[in-house]
Ligand binder design. Structure first.
Ligand code: UD1
Length: 452
């Protein structure tokens, strides 16, 4: 069944191109060129994923515009289709943010199982747990397992759903959950801030009986995007954008149309591309307020940032040195963990030193040995990395174990002399749309080499 669904998704793609390209592809960069031009930012992958999952909460159609064309979206379409959702993709992604959309209709849930094969590839797949329980009172969802950046447990999701009256057993690697009499509103306080648990419990609470309070909720803009879609579907939620969300459950939600927010991590990544390579890049179809903490850091490093009506312009004279800045990752509005590897790449070529501390994930320095292969001087001490700037990085073959680590190597490659080849490009394809085309349009010497 799964391959058939994948084929269907492939066939209905608007321009005949698959979103997933060959996993064995690599990217070759000949560094040292300053970048000048304009980059249009795509819709946010991390917002689009929970917004798509929200379609499970209603039997009417949910239409999402500004959908990014990245592999994680295809993976989630496959998962939703196997729950019984019908999916239609429209539009070409021709630079018009309303030009590509997906319509998702979960008229009937035909399967409550989210299989290991899909969830292990993409942890966001586990987000179907709350909505399935809320809509039909049962779900069997694979535990996502560990991944390259840490153990990533599910306890906050499970404790919250149990507080709402679900019974959950772990059986053979699956979370088997039931709420035959429906979910009940509850007061839930998260021990630590979790984006996924906040999203999962929000989606469970909108159909629960009574009022649910989520305290110490994540405040990431992607949560606000989800709240706004749920409200458009008829949900009653107070406290949007705060750490205390109060949800009054409804017996039924209806369909809605919604435009996915711009990708703040893609925005920040290309801002750092302009910073590390030097030059001037205008980032459009985005919002500077989504990347305030990143702007503060790169400005402190000596990069100029101008805020525009639909994004920002990032500029650095290639002759001007980059200053070392200390960075601490933190939940929003702090500096994002998903931008930690990229700022480390920039700091490798600073004229000073930088202490980068990761507070969200316990094992998120997998890019360090690869950056060192390019000539960087980095020492890791527990959760902190001391980066001493070097005069020049030198190109080499490298590979990475996760999405943001991979893109940090692309950024380092833009500054390195000679040729850098980044292998395992499938990590990049999970979250960056046409990365090599966007950079090449600004003058980068970058190309994708087709794998076997
Ligand atoms: C989301 C983002 C990811 C980002 C992360 C932190 C998506 C699809 N992914 O991941 O890109 O890096 O937020 O901003 O949006 N934790 C627990 N128990 C739980 C859940 C989480 O202890 O039940 C811990 C995690 O191990 C981690 C921290 O909480 O240390 C934050 O994780 P969380 O915010 O849940 O990350 P994700 O939602 O998986």
């Amino acid at each position: 069944m799964a391959p058939l669904l994948f084929l269907l998704v492939y066939l209905i793609l608007p321009n005949g191109r698959s979103w997933i390209r060959t996993s064995m592809d690599s990217i070759r960069i000949r560094g040292g060129k300053p970048l000048y031009g304009k980059i249009e930012i795509s819709g946010a992958k991390n917002a689009a994923l929970p917004l798509m999952v929200a379609c499970l909460l209603t039997d009417e159609t949910v239409t999402l515009r500004n959908l990014p064309h990245v592999a994680d979206i295809s993976t989630l379409i496959n998962l939703l289709c196997q729950h019984g959702v019908s999916a239609h993709l429209n539009g070409h992604g021709d630079g018009n943010s309303n030009g590509r959309s997906i319509s998702l209709t979960a008229k009937e849930i035909t399967s409550t199982e989210a299989p290991y094969d899909i969830v292990r590839k993409m942890r966001a797949g586990a987000l179907v747990l709350g909505p399935l329980l809320a809509r039909i009172g049962k779900a069997k969802v694979s535990l996502p397992g560990g991944c390259a950046i840490g153990t990533r447990p599910m306890n906050l999701h499970l404790d919250g759903l149990e507080a709402m009256g679900a019974t959950i057993e772990i059986e053979a690697g699956y979370m088997v959950a039931e709420a035959p009499n429906g979910l009940k509103g509850a007061e839930i306080r998260f021990d630590n801030v979790s984006v996924g648990a906040t999203e999962d419990l929000l989606m469970a609470a909108v159909l629960a009986d009574g009022v649910t309070v989520l305290d110490n909720a994540a405040r990431e803009p992607e949560i606000t995007d989800l709240v706004l879609l749920l409200k458009a579907m008829g949900a009653e939620i107070e406290g949007t954008g705060t750490e205390r969300l109060v949800i009054t459950g409804k017996p039924k939600l209806h369909g809605a149309e919604y435009s996915v927010m711009p990708d703040r991590i893609e925005t920040g990544t290309y801002a750092i591309a302009a910073a590390i390579a030097g030059g001037r890049i205008e980032l459009t179809n985005t919002r500077a307020d989504l990347v305030t903490s990143v702007i503060e850091v790169i400005e402190a490093a000596g990069v100029d940032v101008e805020i525009t009506d639909d994004g920002l312009i990032v500029e650095r004279d290639p002759a001007k040195p980059i200053s070392g800045v200390d960075v601490l990752t933190h939940p929003y509005p702090g500096y994002p963990t998903d931008m930690q590897a990229q700022i480390m790449a920039l700091m490798t070529v600073s004229s000073g030193a930088s202490m980068i501390t990761e507070t969200i994930f316990e094992n998120r320095f997998m890019h360090v040995p690869e950056l060192v292969r390019l000539g960087a001087n980095i020492n890791v001490h527990g959760r902190s990395a001391m980066v001493r700037g070097v005069k020049q990085l030198v190109g080499a073959p490298v590979m990475a174990t996760d999405l943001r680590a991979s893109v940090s190597l692309v950024l380092a490659g833009l500054a390195a002399s000679g040729e850098t080849v980044i292998n395992r490009v499938y990590h990049l394809d999970r979250g960056y749309e046409r990365l090599e085309e966007k950079l090449a349009a600004c003058g980068a010497d970058v190309e994708r080499i087709q794998g076997e």
